[in-house]
Each structure stands twice: as C-alpha cells, then as structure tokens.
Design a protein around this ligand. Structure first.
Ligand code: NAP
Length: 309
C-alpha cells in the first residue's frame, strides 16, 4: 500500500477526492490518500501552500513532494524541504490561463472599455485595428507562456517571446538574454508576463524595462507580483508612458484594501484568479508521477532548485 498525504487546504480535498482516487486506480496503483498520517508512514506528499504543513523533516520515507501549484517560489523558501519537488503542469490550468490572457489582451486590443464603460450618448465609431497591427510580447515561454503565445499568434497578433533558453515556436519571434529583452519590448503594445519568480526575475519589470516599451503600452501580469517594480509601474502609468496594467498577482496577497493599485484608474486588479489547477487533469499528473516514481522512471516537472523553478 502506497500512502499519500494530501497536505493542501482541507476544503480542496472535497474537489480532489474522486478524481485523484480514480486517477491512481486507473494507473493500477494501490494507494491510500490521507488528510493526516504519521510522517514516517508517508510515501508521497501532495502539497499546496494554503495547507498547514511547514516542517518536512519528519517525512523520512517520503519519495517526493508534488505541488498542486505551478509557481513554487514559496515552498522553495522552506529550508526543511530537501525531498524531490515537482510543480504542476496541468492541461486545465494551461487552458484557463490561455483564456484569461486572450480575454484581457482582446479587452485592450479592441478597446472594449470605451464602449462598456462609455454609454454616454457619444457615437464613437472608430473600429479597432486588426490583431495583425498590434504587437504582443510574452515574457517566459514555459508551459503557460508558450500556450498563450501560440493562441495569440493563432488570432493573428505578431508575437515576440522572451525566454532564458532559446526555443523554436511556430508563429513566435524568439529573443533571449538582456539585449533580447530590450528587443522583445521595444515594439510591444501589449506585454504578458508569465515568468516564474526567481532571484533573476524579481523586479525584472523595472523602470528601465518599462522605458523600453513604446508609449501607451499595456502590461498584463498573471506571473507573480514581485516580477514588477510597483513604484516604477505607478510612475509610468501616471506619466502616461504606460496605458494600463492588468494585474492578477501581487507581492502581498490578498492585496490590502488600502493598496494604491485598487483605486488607480489605469490599473485593473484581479484576485489571483487567472487560472488554477483543475482537479480532474491535475490528478492525472499526480498519479502519473506516483506511477513513474514507483516504477523507477524520472519524475515529470521536477523543480530545479538552482534555477528556482
Ligand atoms: P514554466 O513552465 O517553468 O516556465 C517558466 C518559463 O520562464 C520557462 O520557459 C523559463 O525558461 C522562463 N524563464 C525562467 N527564468 C527566466 C529568466 N531569468 N529569463 C527569461 N526566461 C526565464 O512555468 P509555467 O508553468 O509556465 O508558469 C509560469 C508562472 O506562472 C509560474 O511560475 C507562476 O508564477 C505563474 N502562474 C500564475 C497563475 C495565476 O493564476 N496567476 C497560475 C499558474 C502559474 P526555460 O525554458 O529556459 O527554462
């Protein structure tokens, strides 16, 4: 019998119980999933930062910790964790992110606010340009960034991508490194940030980076709040250099009610809902990794501690 500890917010167990049990059974695994268990009996931990587990030291038999989240910067701060850690790459999470990014890109591209908010008797009859005339840049071409870039390219946007390693992605002009970043940003009317938060990416979107964008550009950030220098962002919006920022993630979450982002007329705040792991598809990934570990295969989506993602 393989013992799995479900160490996430207990209310999530209601969503995962049926799909996770099914996914493990479909893999032919003889598993019991527990909400609590003596640490020395645990073989795998399914982890979510909203759970209460903070000390991994007593889990001496555990073979891997499997995060339900794609972003792992919080758990990597935990010095008691030396076990292999996997992050979540889930079809449902990816589809949700594509829908959110495409939706918010189209909002700005089409100028939807002008008509939704401007029901004031003024006949504004200028049609929006086509996607082909609006350049979009995606920062971070991982599981989520790549899928978003491909969807935007399919809609006809000229898409530039910036990434640590060079990748070939159909319909996307790729850039790497510091000079590549300036090139990727210099013509971008809309920028989507889907980088992980690491030592290298913290505050990456600073005053210099923002200055390389054309006047009126829009920033869409569903990556992590600390990728963006908040003061530089507000200054650029106030000066008119940036046209708008749509932010889903923040240095402090929930974003405190007194935070200036809430009241800023050029900022849209969404409460870290761009996407989420979906129990059906995420359970299949967890079961696949338990099966891989039990059969001596390498784990999928193993976090590289050196890189921080
Ligand atoms: P991922 O597959 O690990 O992709 C990260 C990408 O960023 C990789 O392509 C990586 O390049 C690139 N990268 C990392 N460091 C870089 C650097 N210093 N310079 C340039 N490129 C760099 O991650 P993911 O699954 O796409 O998720 C991305 C992030 O989205 C997560 O870390 C999380 O913060 C955020 N997220 C947000 C939500 C939400 O609801 N708002 C939901 C899920 C995830 P390589 O290809 O060279 O490794």
């Amino acid at each position: 019998m393989i013992n799995i500890l479900f160490a996430a917010d207990p209310h999530r167990w209601g969503e995962y119980q049926i799909p996770l049990t099914k996914a493990l059974t479909d893999r032919g695994l003889d598993c019991a999933v527990h909400l609590s268990l003596s640490p020395e009996e645990v073989d795998y931990i399914v982890y979510d930062p909203s759970g209460s587990l903070s000390d991994f030291t007593p889990y001496t038999r555990c073979r891997a910790v499997m995060s339900l989240w794609a972003g792992v910067e919080k758990i990597l701060e935990n010095i008691t964790l030396s076990l292999p850690l996997t992050r979540m790459v889930d079809q449902g999470l990816t589809r949700g992110m594509v829908e959110w990014v495409v939706g918010h890109t189209l909002r700005h591209h089409l100028g939807i606010d002008r008509h939704v908010l401007g029901q004031d008797g003024v006949w504004r009859d200028t049609a929006a340009p086509l996607a082909a005339d609006r350049s979009v840049t995606v920062l971070g071409m991982g599981a989520l960034g790549r899928a978003c870039a491909e969807a935007l390219a399919d809609l006809g946007f000229p898409v530039n991508g910036w990434n640590r390693s060079r990748k070939q992605i159909a319909g996307v002009k790729m850039h790497c490194g510091a000079t590549g970043l300036t090139k990727a940003l210099s013509g971008a009317q809309i920028v989507v940030s889907l980088l992980p938060l690491t030592e290298q990416t913290r505050n990456l979107i600073d005053a210099t980076c923002i200055a390389s964008l054309p006047k009126g550009a829009v920033l869409i950030n569903p990556g992590r709040g600390a990728l963006v220098d908040e003061n530089a962002l507000i200054e650029a919006l106030d000066s008119g250099h940036l046209g708008h920022a749509t932010l889903d993630v923040f240095e402090r979450e929930p974003l405190p009610p007194e935070h200036p982002f809430w009241a800023h007329s050029k900022i849209t705040v969404t409460p870290h809902i761009a996407s989420a792991s979906r129990p059906e598809s995420a359970s299949i990934v967890i079961a696949a990794n338990v099966w891989r570990s039990q059969t001596g295969r390498p784990l999928l989506y193993l976090v590289d501690r050196e890189s921080g993602y």
